[in-house]
Design a protein around this ligand. Sequence first.
Ligand SMILES: Cc1ncc(COP(=O)(O)O)c(C=O)c1O
Length: 392
Amino acid sequence: MLEKARHLIAPSARSDVPPFMVMDVMAAAARIEARGGRVVHMEVGQPAAPAPLTARRAAQAALDLGDIGYTEALGMPALRAAIARQYSELNGVTVAPERIVVTTGSSAGFILAFLALFEPGDRVAVACPGYPPYRHILTALGCEPVMIEIAQATRWSITVDALLAAHRRTPLKGVLVASPANPTGTMMRPAALRELIAAAEREGIRFISDEIYHRLDYAFPAETAAKFSDNAVIINSFSKYFCMTGWRVGWMVAPEALVRPIERLQQNFAISVPTLSQVAAAAAFEGRDEMEAVKHGYEENRRILVDGLPGAGLTRFLPVDGAFYLYADVSRFTDDSFDFAQRMLEEAGVAATPGIDFDPVDGKHFVRFCYAGSAADMREAVARIGGWLQRG
Ligand SMILES: Cc1ncc(COP(=O)(O)O)c(C=O)c1O
């Protein structure tokens, strides 16, 4: 009987995706804090600031009215229109509101995009290092993620040559890029993005652009893929710039031909995105000044780390272009970034994410620091890391 039950509830092979190791770091940090210890949190990629006041007020007003029903599967028309308007105001590109799909965070956008674009068995290129759920969602959906290693020589992004080389080995159906990227914090120059999109489309490779860290650009302005192609699928979110991680609301810009298929998928999967979050998101755009102030805080944090970490002993890191990540090369100290991150947490009280979460090959030599906290935390982290590395 027990054997039969075990057989019945055996998990599917597709659910066998790897865990996110940052969760282990978070759990270890929580244990230290429970003992009364102090931890500077730089492990989780989320803003410390709350959602814009305009968004919170709009949600409160909607709650008071109490009328929180389903919305259209593609999202509230007012929110879709507000999102579309941003593209003309910020990027000078016209995007029809009909092409906007509101999603449950960008995370749901990936599932919808992959399902609408790919068949099981299709190969999709992603950067290595890269955001792990790209690979894990593709795998769970029966697609094959193809990791393209990125390096200093190509300014840490997928190049046309690398894409075409992978495509020649075994044909690709898609490629996904993020700029600014997680975990590297690096960005693609607009011309490089344009060339990559053009090359992909010439070869019939569908292009997905994860623009979740747009507006958090410090080195140079990030450009949207919408500027270069109507066929690119763009994925974005209110989680990062708008500090709304827990509200779970994002959006896609879909090519016209995909809007109806995505609508049907969303109708069946979710009916609609939580209404309260959509109301808040529509009002978030009016909180621009507040969010720009938060962004300036990240810029200051970035300056503290870029100026301070070399003196503390971490002399090598990738270009700190955007998002709120600094990806540091710790190969001088270790071949095991998980052990390094664990010791840095226990002995220096600084929590960061081991690179192996993002890169099974070279990640053992890297640690990711998130600088979305306070400036005081950044100064404390630099001092603690410096003292710890000196003690050896
Ligand atoms: C590169 C990247 N894309 C997507 C996401 C998912 O964000 P959300 O689902 O909150 O929009 C994250 C979250 O950290 C991320 O770093």
